[in-house]
Write a protein that binds this ligand. Structure first.
Ligand code: 5RP
Length: 262
């Protein structure tokens, strides 16, 4: 592991490297989106190129698909593959039950479809993503562009009837233009600060016309791999209730740091 990596990138890298250990020959693998998931894609590409591991991948975004192809992974559509053995993705927050807020990178819709189509979802994260209660990270909600201001008003009105601490729904921007998801939709970021009942909020959000999906991933994640900058990881398995600590073996000859720029 090169010394020039920042502590946060070292933590993301070791989480990604360890998570690749769950991938077996012949598996169908969902590839997440974001900076942590990008490390995972590079690590998986390296194992495929150097050890001959055979996997079929489904990407959760255009940018992940491009990176995956660049590192030599076979990428197919979910329509072709239908069901996946495992999905490995990053997160914006995870709580003690491994419930998540995702969508900081704007890929929440495809990420939720792909994770739900997987036997197992493994989340990779540095420790800054760990929270006691979800909500400090603004909750992304994907909405259709048609009548989006009405959808925004309906969401803000609904928020006054649920137990949250903030109520503003801000349109995500990409420079001077509204951000567009890979589906061509808009994202509203809900500044809630604290979500008392994530299941209720998820349900009511998705009942509002114009809402496509929200970034709460509840009862979807099976394992979280938390990376530390000292090269250790913590593995929490929500199904078995186990917590394990390991040191990740890093290869000196690792060449994933050159040539490929995320
Ligand atoms: C993208 C996501 C990402 O997984 C999440 O934003 C975490 O990203 P990063 O690993 O860059 O912190 O949900 O939609």
């Amino acid at each position: 592991m090169p010394a020039e990596l920042s502590p946060i990138d070292r933590a993301k890298y070791v989480a990604a490297r360890r998570a690749i250990g769950f991938v077996e020959d012949g598996m169908r693998v969902g590839l997440g989106t974001g900076s942590t998931a990008a490390w995972m894609v590079k690590c998986l590409g390296e194992v495929v190129r150097e050890d001959g591991l055979m996997v079929t991948c489904v990407a959760t975004s255009t940018r992940t698909a491009e990176l995956a192809q660049q590192v030599g992974l076979t990428v197919k559509t979910l329509e072709d593959v239908r069901w996946l053995d495992v999905t490995i993705d990053g997160t914006d927050e995870f709580d003690p039950k491994l419930n998540l807020i995702k969508g900081g990178g704007g890929a929440l819709l495809r990420e939720k479809i792909v994770a739900t189509a997987s036997d197992q979802m493994i989340v990779i994260a540095d420790r800054s993503k760990q929270v006691d209660r979800l909500g400090a990270f603004p909750l992304p909600v994907e909405i259709v562009p048609f009548g989006w201001k009405t959808t925004q008003a309906l969401i803000e009105e609904m928020l006054s009837n649920v137990e949250v601490m903030g109520r503003s729904a801000k349109l995500r921007m990409d420079g001077t233009e509204p951000f567009r998801s890979d589906q061509g939709n808009l994202i509203l970021d809900l500044h809630l600060r604290r979500i008392s009942n994530p299941a209720q909020l998820s349900l009511v959000l998705n009942q509002i016309p114009g809402v496509v999906e929200n970034g709460l991933f509840l009862d979807v994640c099976d394992i979280v791999v938390i990376g530390n900058s000292d090269g250790t990881v913590e593995l929490r398995d929500i199904n078995s209730g186990t917590v394990e600590h390991e040191r990740v073996d890093l290869l000196d000859g690792d060449n994933i740091f050159v040539d490929i720029v995320d």
